[in-house]
Design a binder for this molecule. Structure first.
Ligand code: SF4
Length: 431
């Protein structure tokens, strides 16, 4: 089968989206591509951001390819599935432009994973894959009937059919991904790097997927949930292939980059700078030393709250005290040039305590952000605590709740975020 995998040209005007807006490698599509090709299918991968093409340009590529199945993602890359733009206007605009020129249409991403019926309606696609999509796409391309494939959603006689809950890809033995030279050459962004200007292309890679913790605000219940570590040989092949393409910085998109001596030693041998997100309480000083020797140049560490009570409320399951966390962050900063401690707006944390702690860390060179309130993503425990199990109006409910928390919309973003129905006005005719 001929399969087109499409990352549409994202725009974020009036969105609450707070993730990075620069182009990144669409890892969910790259992972699907390698597995589809392994199964003997022909694959076209198109990315509106990395190629600079608009909807018309992408549609022309898909039509010229003669796709039997076209897959569109509803988040800019796996890195941002946990904080995706809530609105579906961008994939919808691509699908409108595509019409019937791409064969069967399939949506993958965080939206369909939690609200499959609403996603089918808003996008007008034939099928939605719930959860991690790669293996379901292979089964579809292999010609299996949708009703026999787990994790799908589709309409039959006006009703919604769900074939089981969201999927998780095996991932452990995911082969090395390959990216077009032109994409790598044009990938100037070094994600979350601050100590130096890019001196060559950047790239994103995945050493593990999921996380064993269940912090209350973390939107991963329906995808990238259970922790899986990737085998080292394919990961190192992928890294070496990227280095050969000129990459001078990697960002590990892992939800939680856990200490892993063999990987750190392999990275130390390569001496290519990289960035990670992790929990600092899980790193002992000797492993932080190795992380620095491996040339990690950026750590983003979730601390979230400055009190034990606050961290317990967030279900952080953190065993260190606030002082011990500070010590660990400062130790990391001696080895790694940029260390960030993320804080969340918590009623238990008084403003003076937060200001004092931020100052103490900043004196030691650790950046701690001004605490921010959180969007209750439908795939998070917080959403369920506030509203119960997500139904098909979950994104609208989360969005309205988030906007209502602010007396002035300009408090949260310069761009005056709009209500979800306004952002999705172009989707409304198919609801
Ligand atoms: S440790 Fe990080 S990835 Fe894991 S549940 Fe908490 S916020 Fe999510």
């Amino acid at each position: 089968m001929r399969v087109a995998l499409v990352n549409p040209p994202w725009r974020y005007d009036h969105s609450i989206y707070f993730g990075c807006r620069a182009p990144h490698l669409p890892l969910e599509l790259g992972s699907a591509k390698v597995l589809l090709e392994q199964a003997g299918h022909e694959v076209l991968i198109c990315d509106g951001q990395l190629s600079g093409k608009d909807d018309a340009g992408l549609v022309a590529e898909v039509a010229a390819f003669g796709a039997d199945m076209s897959v569109v993602t509803t988040a800019p890359t796996y890195l941002f599935w946990r904080c995706a733009p809530p609105e579906l206007r961008v994939p919808r605009a691509f699908l409108d432009a595509l019409g019937d020129q791409g064969g069967r249409t399939v949506a993958v991403g965080p939206h369909g994973s939690v609200t499959p019926g609403a996603t089918l309606n808003k996008l007008g696609v034939d099928l939605v894959v719930r959860g991690e999509c790669e293996e379901a796409l292979v089964e579809l391309a292999d010609g299996h009937a949708p009703a026999t494939i787990s994790g799908l959603a589709f309409r039959t006689d006006g009703g919604l059919t769900l074939t089981g809950g969201p999927r998780a890809t095996r991932f452990k033995d995911l082969p090395a991904l390959a990216w077009p030279d032109a994409w790598i050459e044009g990938h100037h962004h070094h994600h979350h790097r601050f100590e130096a200007e890019p001196d060559g292309p950047g790239a994103e890679v995945e050493a593990s997927r999921g996380c064993p913790y269940h912090c209350s605000f973390c939107a991963k219940i329906d995808f990238r949930d259970a922790y899986r570590r990737r085998d080292l040989p394919p990961l190192l092949d992928e890294i070496d292939r990227l280095i050969a393409q000129g990459v001078t910085y990697f960002y590990f998109i892992d939800e939680i980059f856990l200490p892993q001596k063999p990987l750190l030693e392999a990275l130390e041998a390569r001496q290519v700078p990289f960035g990670i997100q992790t929990r600092i309480d899980l790193w002992k000083p000797d492993m932080l030393d190795l992380l620095g020797a491996a040339r990690c140049v950026s750590i983003e560490a979730g601390v979230e709250s400055l009190t034990l009570e606050g961290r317990a409320l967030l279900d952080k399951n953190c065993r260190l005290t606030t002082d011990e966390l500070a010590e660990r962050l400062i130790h990391a900063r001696r080895r790694v040039p940029f260390v960030q401690a993320n804080l969340i707006e918590m009623p238990a944390d008084d403003d003076a305590l937060v200001a004092e702690w931020r100052e103490k860390l900043q004196r030691a060179g650790v950046w701690a952000n001004d605490p921010v309130p959180l969007y209750p993503y439908p795939s998070s425990p917080d959403y369920r605590r506030l509203f119960g199990e997500p139904d098909e109006a979950a994104w609208e409910r989360a969005h309205a709740y988030y906007l209502a928390q602010f007396s002035s919309l300009s408090d949260i973003q310069e761009e005056h975020p709009l209500p979800l129905p306004d952002l999705e006005a172009a989707c409304a005719h198919c609801r």
